[in-house]
Ligand binder design. Structure first.
Ligand SMILES: [Zn+2]
Length: 463
């Protein structure tokens, strides 16, 4: 039995793991690589042969860096089924089509911008919406904890990972030569106590090999419980100044968590009613998928539903689908909360809200997610004096508030507790950058447990 680390090795995007056994091979995740433009295009367009020739695929969750290359895989000739949870399949239906549309828009923009350059090679999107439909045709949707057989001699199960709606850990029991070996793949792991979702399930133990994410292998997040009081503080202070709150947020997870927290604060009388705009068509669709999957909610959220009705619709909340409705928000006077994509403020409707609001010190820009280097979001976090929006320099006079408690990823302590609970013989750290992986490796390494940080392309024999 072999593991091949084909992506998200010493990096955080492009997840792709190949598990080879006697009866065939399975890939776990096939995510989009997101880095420098040229390298991204090459890697996303040409997937490793061994992945395309795999017999089956398992998808841990719908984030694009895990699911985003499934259409390319199918387009390249992959013949197998793609097993995942029901909620992930539903989210992918929206998110992969959205990804195809973004690629088409980006390609059109760049070809228009550089088209007159004689050396310019026109860009074509890696896949289109029809390719997405072909990929969706391959999905086999399952509930958590329902054993299935992706290959003869391999029993698999999906366990709740508590990271985003539908996210799963993967347990593979490989029966060969009269013995059974167990491989546990964490996928992206969530945190205990996050709003809405059930906590990550305790992993089975012992396991022969654990493939563990390590995004925050060396960071400890603020307590989840601080989230409500922090949001309350920001809302009250901004309303008192007569300002607006602009939140760049990913469509999946963060938007719904914010709504849940705001709804709770409103019901408890800790904030008063104000307009809350969800200004993202994808976020609106995704919120609909949340409503379809109460089986993924924790007790608190389910009883909130029973007591107060729909968590995501309440006084003041307005969902704006069209561009005209989005522009209309600009004419709105007085305090309001505007939640819009993209999450790192690199594109999307949040840009026109930022342009209109960064120069007024009454306003607040609320940062609730990870901001990668070289993004507008990161420059806001750094509170630069001036920021460039759509090519125009603007004074950053609005307040910037950064709340780390919203992270959907396990932190160092969570990862260590998870790994200890699984009692693994070997651990392979993936989905992390070396500055996060090396300290985590040192913390996990013991006499009975060997820890490795595989490089991309590394092959490991498990016998
Ligand atoms: Zn994720």
């Amino acid at each position: 039995m072999r593991l091949r680390f084909l992506g998200a090795a010493e990096e955080v995007t492009g997840s792709l793991l190949l598990v080879e056994v006697e009866s065939g091979s399975i890939i776990v995740d096939c995510g989009m690589f997101q880095g420098r433009r040229q390298e991204s295009r090459l890697r996303n367009a040409k997937l490793p042969r061994a992945a395309i020739e795999a017999d089956a695929a398992i998808l841990t969750h719908s984030h694009i860096d895990h699911s985003g290359s499934m259409p390319t895989l199918v387009k390249s000739g992959f013949q197998g089924s793609i097993y995942t949870t029901l909620a992930t399949a539903n989210l992918c239906s929206y998110m992969l089509r959205d990804s195809a549309r973004i690629q088409a828009a980006d390609a059109a923009y760049l070809n228009r911008k550089y088209g007159r350059d004689p050396d310019w090679v026109p860009i074509t999107p890696t896949y289109d919406e029809v390719d997405v439909l072909h990929a969706l045709d391959r999905f086999v949707a399952l509930s958590y904890r329902r054993p299935f057989e992706p290959l003869p001699g391999v029993t698999a199960q999906l366990l709740n990972a508590g990271h985003i709606l539908g996210s799963a850990q993967v347990v593979l029991d490989v029966h060969e030569h009269g013995k059974t070996k167990r491989i546990l793949i964490s996928g992206d792991l969530g945190r205990k106590g996050l709003p809405i979702l059930r906590d990550p399930e305790t992993p089975p133990h012992p396991v022969d090999a654990l493939v563990l994410e390590s995004t925050y292998g060396d960071r400890v997040h603020g307590p989840v419980e601080s989230m409500q009081t922090e949001i309350e503080r920001v809302v009250r202070a901004t309303v008192a100044r007569g300002g607006k709150i602009i939140v760049p947020a990913f469509a999946v997870g963060r938007t719904q968590e914010l709504l849940f927290v705001l709804h709770g604060l409103l019901r408890a009388g800790r904030i008063s009613e104000l307009p809350i705009y969800i200004d993202s068509p994808l976020a609106i669709n995704v919120t609909e998928v949340f409503r379809m999957h109460p089986e993924c909610f924790d007790e608190e959220t389910r009883s909130f539903f029973d007591e107060h009705g729909d968590v995501f619709s309440f006084e003041g909340v307005r969902y704006t689908r069209t561009a005209a409705e989005s522009m209309e928000i600009n004419r709105q006077e007085g305090p309001a909360i505007i939640i819009a994509a993209s999450g790192m403020a690199e594109a999307g409707r949040v840009l026109h809200h930022l342009r209109n609001h960064v120069e007024d010190e009454r306003n607040t820009i609320l940062i609730v997610g990870f901001m990668a280097e070289h993004t507008l979001g990161r420059r806001l976090v750094e509170r630069r004096q001036r920021v460039k929006i759509w090519g125009v320099e603007r004074e950053l006079r609005a307040q910037v508030e950064v709340l780390s408690a919203f992270s959907a990823h396990a932190d160092r302590n969570d990862l260590i507790a998870y790994a200890r609970a699984a009692l693994p013989k070997k651990i392979f750290l993936v989905h992390g950058e070396p500055d996060q992986q090396v300290p985590l490796k040192e913390a996990l390494q013991t006499r009975r447990c060997h820890v490795e940080i595989p490089k991309r392309g590394a092959v490991v024999e498990l016998d």
